[in-house]
Design a protein around this ligand. Structure first.
Ligand code: NAP
Length: 288
């Protein structure tokens, strides 16, 4: 058996075509969706991520602003920038690229973002909304994973999902989304003894650790769905996930590749969240 590949690029292209069409309609009504991206410091990986996000906005008819600040920017100055963007009617979504320099309290900055502009879904109001099943922005990466499951028509009700990783941006929200879809969810982390014992029982595995070769073929139940969030480099410096793709694809029913899997979906969900924020703003003004 060779697993079907869930192609994140193809699914993204489909979803982004819809983003373009909806953005054009909102623009016609004077609500061009706008995203502000704040980058502090000169981390090369962060620079690539923000460039990709801004380019995706440009490609799909969204307004975008990229603010680059030196690593020496004070916390107070960054807070002031966030507050100014909160008040800017052309900006519907605000994204502060992480990690921030050590002298800045990341959580304080995230909490300063107006929840209705929190398109990354990291604000406690967004986390609380997800926790309680209320409307709010969902973090883009796990939301993208849910869209991938939806794209194959996978019925999560009654299934056993194992999430490996418990970060606030991927693992925990992923587990809550799966729970909301009526899966039975197990969360594994670095203190979980015998990871394979859990993964072998899973119908769905979401691997979000950041360790190459973490999930091997003998840890996977035949026919299961394997979503690989991890982003690592192999010995040759090539991008790879947490899953031993070549081995696991011979056992799983569905698998996401790296690259071309969850990565493009993350940016797609950011575009969708920004669009939803603009839509909500138009609705608040009685225009949608
Ligand atoms: P993180 O904050 O470092 O969290 C990693 C999680 O993995 C932690 O909960 C950690 O457990 C757990 N872990 C570490 N070693 C483990 C082990 N041996 N067995 C089981 N669990 C283990 O990372 P993150 O931000 O969630 O990101 C995870 C990965 O996804 C990274 O590779 C990141 O680059 C990638 N990522 C990709 C995208 C994308 O768009 N494709 C987006 C976000 C992140 P403890 O909590 O016990 O330490």
């Amino acid at each position: 058996m060779t697993a079907h590949i869930i192609d994140g690029n193809a699914l993204s292209a489909q979803l982004r075509a819809d983003v373009s069409a909806r953005a054009a309609l909102l623009t016609e009504r004077g609500f061009k969706p706008g995203l502000a991206v704040l980058l502090v410091g000169d981390d090369p990986a962060s620079a690539v991520y923000v460039r990709n996000k801004v380019k995706a906005c440009q490609d799909h008819g969204l307004h975008s602003v990229l603010e680059r600040h030196p690593a020496t920017l004070s916390e107070a100055s960054l807070l002031a920038r966030v507050q100014a963007l909160n008040a800017d009617p052309a900006i519907h979504g605000i994204l502060v690229q992480l990690p921030l320099p050590a002298h800045i309290d990341t959580q304080r900055i995230i909490e300063a973002i107006a929840p209705h502009k929190d398109v990354d879904g990291f604000h406690v109001a967004s986390a609380g909304a997800l926790m309680t099943g209320l409307p709010g922005f969902w973090p883009c990466t796990p939301h993208g994973c849910m869209k991938m499951l939806e794209s194959i028509g996978y019925e999560l009700r009654g299934k056993h999902a194992v999430v490996i990783g418990r970060s606030n941006i991927v693992g925990k929200p992923m587990a809550l989304m799966l729970l909301q879809a009526h899966a039975t969810v197990t969360i594994c982390h670095s203190a979980t003894p015998n990871l394979a014992h859990h993964t072998r029982q899973a119908d769905v595995i979401v691997c979000a650790v950041g360790r190459r070769g973490l999930l091997l073929a003998d840890m996977v139940k035949p026919g299961s769905v394997v979503i690989d969030v991890g982003m690592n480099r192999d010995q040759a410096g090539k991008l790879c996930g947490d899953v031993d793709f070549e081995g696991v694809r011979l056992v799983a029913g569905y698998i996401t590749p790296v690259p071309g899997g969850v990565g493009p979906m993350t940016i797609t969900m950011l575009l969708i969240n920004t669009l939803e924020a603009a839509q909500a703003s138009a609705a608040a003004e009685g225009q949608a």
